[in-house]
Design a protein around this ligand. Structure first.
Ligand SMILES: Cc1ncc(COP(=O)(O)O)c(C=O)c1O
Length: 331
């Protein structure tokens, strides 16, 4: 792991925020950084978790370990809510404790070369690791690479709201239902997905889950199920709408300043382009002059070096305040 260049991005940003707060103890720092949800959970969701937890204190309600893959009811609800027209079965849905954990499990078991730093040395000039194929993703191709032109690799990691038909999809309740602290996610592994020798990937994934995970918290799963109920889902969607309005405010702000911003439509993040600039310099200048935390795009790979990422998760008053401060700095 020594070969990995930097610490993970977000602890580095937190360290810079801590330094900033020390320097300006009276500043009101606004975080448009990591993208943590801010609005309270719907009552129906919180109550279902509270009731489940309370049931655990009774002889009839007590339960121990559950299925490693998650409760059948929740797997079914996920398949029906998100993959209805795609023929995904509940048995292809694996409930997890969040997307980050499943992405790590995938890296650790299916191809550990990136996570343990076996992808060669980093080239200082380009910031690229020797044995990683970087897919071309930018405004020119709407951030969607031409997979047919991508060199053959062992594994492709790709973040998109467009669902690919036969691929492993890692998803989460974190952003859609405000579960960043509750911890619940899922991964879909379609049965059709095979290795080149015809062995089904789902068998391996099942094994990974059973080996290094003992199932998501039953309390979190009760909340997940409630958030997919008719009433719960309606409440969850109105939370999502709130964040979407935040994103619109930010998009308008950057547009009015003559900057190009991407994303922010059906997505909680915006990528703002500062042509010719270095994203850490932009990050530092915005923090120093407006007390706003953003995320330097280079933290996501060399293609991000002229971008900063801002999140639309936040209380409305903070988003409006951030918009005013950015307008003053950048106009
Ligand atoms: C877009 C996006 N998806 C997923 C995650 C992680 O999700 P989870 O909280 O489920 O681990 C993050 C943050 O780490 C994220 O920014």
């Amino acid at each position: 792991m020594e070969r990995l260049q930097y610490n993970y991005l977000f602890p580095e940003i937190s360290a810079r925020e801590a330094q900033h707060v020390k320097k300006y103890p009276n500043a009101k720092v606004i975080s448009l950084g990591i993208g943590d949800t801010t609005e309270p959970l719907p009552d129906v969701v919180a109550l279902s978790m509270a009731n489940y937890a309370h049931g655990l204190a009774t002889p009839t309600g007590y339960r121990g370990y559950g299925a490693e893959q998650g409760s059948k009811e929740l797997r079914k609800a996920i398949a029906e809510t998100f993959y209805k027209d795609m023929g995904i079965q509940d048995t292809e849905v694996f409930v997890s404790d969040g997307a980050q954990c499943d992405i790590s499990r995938l890296q650790a078991y299916i191809d550990s070369s990136v996570i343990i730093g076996q992808t060669g040395d980093v080239e200082t000039e380009s910031g690229r690791y020797q044995n990683i194929e970087y897919m071309k993703c930018g405004p020119q191709n709407s951030f969607f690479p031409d997979l047919s032109k991508t060199a053959l690799t062992d594994i492709i990691f790709f973040c998109s709201r467009i669902t690919l038909l036969v691929a492993i999809e890692v998803s989460s309740f974190s952003k859609i239902a405000g579960f960043t602290g509750v911890r619940l996610g899922w991964t879909v592994v379609p049965k059709e997905l095979m290795y080149s020798n015809g062995f089904p990937v789902i068998n391996d994934f099942n094994r990974i889950v059973c080996t290094c995970f003992n199932g998501a918290s039953r309390i979190a799963q009760a909340g997940g199920l409630a958030s997919l109920s008719k009433e719960g889902f309606k409440a969850v969607i109105s939370l999502v709408d709130y964040y979407k309005e935040n994103a619109e405010i930010l998009l308008e702000t950057f547009k009015s300043l003559g900057l190009r911003a991407y994303g922010g439509v059906n997505a909680p993040y915006l990528w703002v382009h500062f042509p010719g600039s270095n994203s850490w310099d932009v990050f530092n200048e915005i923090l120093e002059k407006t007390h706003i935390i953003t995320v330097p795009g280079s933290g996501f790979g060399p293609a991000g070096k002229e971008f900063i990422r801002v999140t639309a998760f936040g209380h409305r008053e903070n988003i409006l305040e951030a918009s005013d401060r950015l307008t003053t700095l950048l106009k």
